[in-house]
Ligand binder design. Sequence first.
Ligand SMILES: [Zn+2]
Length: 147
Amino acid sequence: MSHSKSYDQIEIRIGQIKAEICKLGPLRPGTLSQQYNVCGRPECCCKGDPPRKHGPYYKITYSWHRRYTSEFVREVDIARVRAQLDSYQRLRVLVEEWVGLGLERARLEREERKNSGRKTPGKGASARKFKATHPRDVLSRPHRGRR
Ligand SMILES: [Zn+2]
């Protein structure tokens, strides 16, 4: 039991995570890669021996809403894009940790209820609360408009 966190520790860490998320700069998902190309000119150095291909060209690829996209990135933009990719990765790590802490906190609550010997809230009450706060319901609400 000594390895598990207390409520206070969990709340403090969640507070730090929120603060760090607030400070994140611009972000975008994706992977940056380099590629070298061969052109269409027959006498070009890219056809030599050994060939000297053109490049590097930088490309960012990502999937968003199940759509796979690939874009070229100019060399002057590389540093900025790298920073955005790093911010996105950091956000993912922080959100992951936050969710883990949320689960840990829920486990503590469950154990506390068990130890206190009190009954869990009535089924109706907890079900209603769950439905009202479930993200899926919140997200789908705008689509439920009267037509
Ligand atoms: Zn060429």
